[in-house]
Design a protein. Sequence first.
Lengths: 146, 67
Amino acid sequence: MLGFGEVYDYVPGKVDWLAHGLAVEGKRTVAPIAGRAMRDDAALCRPGDRIADVCEAIERSPYPFALVTTDDRTLVGRARLSALDPASERPVFDVAEPGPKTFRPHAAAEKVAGFLADKGFRWAIVTTPEGRLLGVASREDLERLK
Amino acid sequence: MATPIGLDGLKTLIDRGAQVAEVLPADDWAPVHLPGAISLPLRELDEQHAGALDRTRPVVVYCWDSL
């Protein structure tokens, strides 16, 4: 191919790179996207963690929920404090909500904020296309980026 | 014929010193592109424009997505 020995085609393309929240260059790197509003400060837990322990973790965090992930941070559920019994020894996965709604880091902040407002939600969970948790973006922070 | 790769393959090649080229029009490259990627629009791809690349190093090309 034009005298080149090793040529590769990154088939998933630029969208894939952006969807993973990876660094970029160019004139619009400060675009108002969800990835710029997210914070990595939610309580995390594993599916087998005791509900009592998860409740304590949630109370130490800025959010009323914990995110249930695997060891490699793949999101598998969300546990809301209001639905948990703080005295329960059961594994949190028994009561967690499976497959919560998620957004990609390159999603327009305005669109995500609008969705949250329409649904009456306060936070957006941001993941890669494979479901690996990147962070949580509040509606307030998203709206500040608009 | 280019060898198809995914994100992990791309990262490995970048670590090996691969050159990255975006084959979209320059107006798509300018706002946002992969770090270090040069603009090499497909319509302009010929011997002269490809001369910006080092033939002794791997080259990775990409566009918007797989569609």
